[in-house]
Design a protein around this ligand. Structure first.
Ligand code: F6P
Length: 545
């Protein structure tokens, strides 16, 4: 049955129309026990998830969880963890959970226990990073490697880049750089900082055919060979890929290749060999702790009842606003500079996964799917776009992420940061009434005339929903758990919306057309496009020097 025709969906629609669309958080908070009712603490991971500042009551929660039950999430969860090929358009299993499986249990794909290969690659990563960091692995001229450059894009960049930033405090290995954009400026600015004798390039690409990555890798290769000769490649290039032939073709010794597999989606790959730059920066043990945190979140997701299950609750809250309140986007706002790439990373995870229109039956859906996600770290965002969240016409649910005990301690920076972390959700939920606004204006000695003029501008309607996620500490383990928490949220939403969260056909057309246009920019070929595209290309060819 069509999702929106199900009784669960209709009940939610009804509940929204009849009740919740006109309920205010101020009224919901007359219940003093609300925090206890709507928060979840994971003691083993040091995570507190407070979702009390959402426009929900007991009935909403029940109806949302009825929707989860009707989606048969339980069966789908068994399928994903056991290696069933739930990515049906690519006929692939989806097993990022196996990459961080800390139990002794086997996981089978096509009758083969994938844990054997996973463990072998982990052992190879450990040996390599130990050698690199200790100076056993040397450059071609006998010098220790001081700089590592990860060349990759999308999932082969965003995950490891975000984690390297998040764990910078723990970084005690070589400096790690990331090059992703095919814009030559990206690699140019990195190469100019490097000494070829002490630099190592990691070419990270699942397919080893991605235009951006291969272009950057070839530029890096040329740069190195010009300085140190062909023979130096084996000491200065390693590959992370599923494609052995292409790696060999590029000229990287396949002994220096760290393999992963088709059951690892690009945007879920930081747990695989794609995590190598993380292990270079912070050491293999810390990388393992990251995996352990994700594994513990997997266990929470698999075993906690849905009423107490953080990813499930996050997912249904997202659906509540996306599909019933018609919210056009949501934000993730980390109050930690270390997490400054977290939202950028999540944008791919979430939007590439659930930005889909076709359901499991191959039909076009008639409801909204993937949430639009954006954000910046607090408090920078406060001085930028928060105005619109507080007083604009759109509802933008927010996830606030804070750290109780930061790794660094400087003066009272952290108290100041967290005072903002606590204040913003409070302001968003409860706002400022007309009476309060007038009172404040009077207290500041404003004239009667100005009070009349200013009052409407000083009112904050409030009733803006937020989640507050507090980590006791930002460690590899808690970070791993945080990432996995969002991964499972995305999975649950995909199941409810009945889309394939694990393919990404939508990125293909643009890539194909760029390949058609490339020879036209080199004036090797002429093609007919629409008048806009043709004129733009002609203009480019006329102006270019
Ligand atoms: O263009 C999107 C995409 O296919 C992502 O899904 C993927 O993470 C990225 O490109 C990079 O792909 P690869 O690792 O094969 O170079």
């Amino acid at each position: 049955m069509e999702l929106i025709q199900t009784k669960e969906w209709k009940s939610l629609q009804n509940h929204y129309e009849q009740k919740m669309k006109s309920v205010h958080l101020r009224d919901l908070f007359k219940d003093n026990d609300r925090f206890n009712k709507y928060s979840i603490r994971l003691e083993n991971l040091g995570i507190l998830f407070d979702y009390s500042k959402n426009i929900i009551d007991e009935e909403t929660k029940k109806l949302l969880l009825d929707l989860v039950k009707a989606s048969d999430l339980k069966t789908w969860t068994e399928k994903i963890f056991s290696g069933e090929k739930i990515n049906w358009t690519e006929k692939r299993a989806v097993l990022h959970s196996a990459l961080r499986n800390m139990s002794d249990n086997s996981v089978f794909v096509d009758g083969k226990d994938v844990m054997i290969d996973i463990k072998n690659v982990l052992a190879k990563m450990e040996k390599f990073t130990d050698d690199l960091r200790s100076g056993k692995w040397l450059g071609a001229t006998g010098k220790k490697i001081k700089s590592v450059v990860n060349i990759g894009i999308g999932g082969s960049d965003l995950g490891p880049r975000m984690v390297c930033e998040a764990l910078k405090y723990y970084a005690d290995g070589p400096a790690v750089y990331f090059v992703s954009n095919v814009d030559g400026a990206d690699i140019y600015e990195v190469l100019k900082k490097l000494d070829p004798e002490t630099s190592l390039f990691i070419v990270a690409s699942k397919t080893f055919t991605t235009q951006e990555t291969m272009t950057n890798a070839n530029t890096a290769r040329k740069w190195l060979v010009e300085k140190l000769g062909e023979n130096a490649i084996k000491n200065h290039f390693v590959a992370l890929s599923t494609n052995k032939e292409k790696v060999a073709e590029f000229g990287i010794d396949t002994n220096n290749m760290f393999e992963f597999w088709n059951f690892v989606g690009g945007r879920y790959s930081l747990w695989s060999a794609i995590g190598l730059p993380i292990a270079c920066a912070v050491g293999f043990n810390k990388f393992k702790e990251l995996l352990t945190g994700a594994y513990e979140m997997d266990m929470h997701f698999k075993t906690a009842p849905i009423e107490q299950n953080i990813p499930v609750i996050m997912a249904v809250l997202g659906i509540w606003y996306n599909n019933f309140f018609n919210a056009q986007s949501y934000t993730v706002l980390p109050y930690s500079q270390y997490l400054h790439r977290f939202t950028a990373f999540l944008q791919q995870s979430d939007m590439e996964s659930n930005g889909k229109t076709i359901n499991r039956n191959g039909e076009k859906v008639n409801y909204q799917t993937g949430q639009v996600l954006w954000g910046e770290p607090g408090t920078n965002g406060q001085h930028s776009f928060y105005q619109l969240i507080h007083q604009g016409t759109k509802m933008i649910p927010c996830d606030f992420i804070g750290i109780v005990n930061p790794p660094e301690k400087i003066g009272d920076h952290h108290e100041k940061l967290l005072s903002n972390f606590f204040a913003q959700p409070e302001a968003l939920a409860f706002g400022l009434t007309k009476e309060q606004a007038i009172e404040a204006l009077k207290a500041s000695g404003t004239s009667e005339e100005d009070i009349r003029m200013l009052t409407p501008h000083k009112i904050f309607e409030g009733n803006k929903p937020t989640n507050s996620i507090l980590l006791d500490e930002l460690t590899p383990k808690t970070l791993g758990a945080l990432i996995a928490m969002y991964e499972h949220k995305i999975f649950v939403q995909g199941i409810i919306w009945q889309v394939n969260s694990y393919d990404q056909w939508g990125v293909e057309l643009g890539k194909k057309l760029a390949n058609v246009i490339l020879p036209e920019l080199k004036q090797e070929k002429e093609n007919v496009h629409d008048c806009s595209t043709s004129s733009l290309i002609k203009h480019y060819n006329k102006i270019k020097k």
